[in-house]
Design a protein around this ligand. Structure first.
Ligand code: MN
Length: 144
């Protein structure tokens, strides 16, 4: 793979999702990731995991998730940069993105919106709010 964003050339098609099971990509580098993965898996979602922005981008193009949860502070590139890239690509701009932010970073919410994120959750994340938020995306957009 070339260096940079990790996105393949624009003319390369993305395979469609094969099953009815909703596929969620979680791009998060801290230990919270495992907990959220287990929660989502227990609720019947298919969960893909990435620990860096580059790895996350690759999974978006390879596996075409129905929803992306992305930490803003990743070890390689900012989650907001990843979100912006996906929202500027016609193949991926329709995938909802929820930004996850460290607690106490008030400006993250605004920056997440500016980067094209559809929603925002601040850590620590309450389990109930988290699951309600995720399921709301699929209830409001049954064709995702
Ligand atoms: Mn992080």
């Amino acid at each position: 793979m070339k260096s940079g964003s990790g996105a393949p050339p624009q003319d390369q098609a993305i395979p469609a999702t094969g099953s009815n099971r909703k596929r969620i990509l979680l791009i998060e580098d801290n230990p919270l990731a495992m907990k959220l993965c287990n929660l989502l898996h227990a609720r019947g979602f298919e969960v893909l995991k990435a620990g860096t922005g580059t790895e996350g981008l690759k999974l978006v193009y390879d596996r075409h998730p129905d929803l992306i949860l992305i930490d803003i502070q990743l070890p390689d590139i900012s989650g907001l940069t990843v979100a912006k890239a996906l929202k500027h690509d016609h193949r991926t701009k329709g995938i909802p993105i929820i930004a996850l932010s460290a607690s106490g970073v008030d400006r993250d919410k605004e920056k997440a919106r500016e980067s094209g994120c559809d929603a925002y959750m601040s850590k620590p994340i309450s389990i109930r709010e988290f699951l309600t938020g995720i399921e709301a995306f699929f209830n409001y957009s049954p064709d995702l």
